[in-house]
Design a protein around this ligand. Structure first.
Ligand code: SF4
Length: 301
């Protein structure tokens, strides 16, 4: 059944001139059929540079929106339209505007894990990897950082700027199971623990390194360690095992994102057959959100 689904997807993908992009948190069978696996911004940039007219985005809504922001002339499909992101959903435009009124001299730096209409109200977007660089280069000593409080706290400890942090969190990472991380460290005392900055500060204190998904991939490539405990969404363990078959990885912290697991092979097939659900945005919002994403690129290259 699974093989039949996969071969139907691959043949329809060619017929429709589509490319399949999968986030590193997607289930193994989705990562296996994807043309590209990566983090949200890498994938959006891949979407923009591909020749294909149709992008099947296997991730959550804000990611597919970002792909559409960067590639407005392409058809961006999100095979499960209800795959949202609780972190992105914890910020809305009126509340951000109120915070901006409270701190009129501050520039808003917004994590890409946010809705398009909120991006449209911000100065610049950032990723977990470049948040500090974007903040340091923003032309103000006062910053509003949203929506993830843990990432905001992580970068604020490295910056001398005044940073007003939005009190939002990723429901999967913010409740990382620290006793589980400690158990894995006892089981594998020679392993490095890598945790995501969306986890709470107590996890950073246990970890050998605090990194986004792209940073984890790079870190493993450069490390002499043979074993790693991965303190981010468990799909990342499969991604790392695929990239580094000579190393060993286990998940630490029981971090699981239900939304990331909503896309299935059957939904991808249905989406390719019908060429829907299509991600669409009001062009005015898209253009203003594009400016915030473009400013990040101007700053970080
Ligand atoms: S892991 Fe967290 S930030 Fe990522 S999609 Fe899931 S809820 Fe959103």
């Amino acid at each position: 059944m699974k093989n039949k689904l996969v071969s139907e997807i691959l043949s329809l993908k060619n017929e429709k001139d589509a490319v399949i992009l999968a986030h590193s948190y997607q289930p193994p069978e989705i990562q296996d059929i994807a043309d590209h696996v990566g983090d949200s911004l890498q994938l959006s940039r891949t979407a923009a540079s591909t020749e294909s007219e149709v992008i099947v985005f296997c991730g959550v809504k804000f990611m597919a929106e970002t792909a559409h922001i960067l590639s407005p002339d392409k058809t961006v499909l999100l095979p499960e339209p209800d795959a949202g992101c609780p972190l992105a959903d914890c910020i809305e435009v009126p509340a951000l505007l109120s915070m901006q009124e409270l701190y009129p001299d501050a520039l808003t730096v917004l994590y890409v894990n946010s809705p398009a209409d909120v991006k449209a109200e911000s100065y610049a977007c950032c990723t977990s990897a470049n948040a500090l660089e974007v903040i340091e280069n923003a032309p103000s000593d006062e910053i509003i950082f949203a929506p993830d409080r843990n990432l905001g706290t992580f970068v604020s400890r490295k910056s001398d700027k005044t940073i007003h942090i939005w009190n939002g969190a990723c429901r999967s990472h913010a409740v990382a199971d620290l006793p589980d991380m400690k158990c894995r460290m006892e089981e594998w005392p020679d392993a490095e623990l890598l945790v995501h900055p969306e986890t709470p500060p107590e996890a950073w204190e246990l970890a050998h390194a605090v990194l986004g998904t792209g940073g984890m991939i790079k870190h493993v490539g450069e490390s002499s360690a043979k074993r790693f405990i991965i303190g981010t969404e468990e799909g990342m363990v499969y991604r790392l095992r695929t990239l580094y078959p000579g190393r060993e990885f286990i998940a630490g912290g029981n971090i699981y994102c239900y939304n990331m697991k909503m896309i299935t092979l059957q939904k991808i097939l249905d989406s390719l057959r019908k060429l829907e659900p299509v991600i669409e945005l009001d062009p005015r919002i898209r253009e203003r959100a594009y400016a915030a994403v473009a400013r990040m690129t101007e700053i970080t290259g």
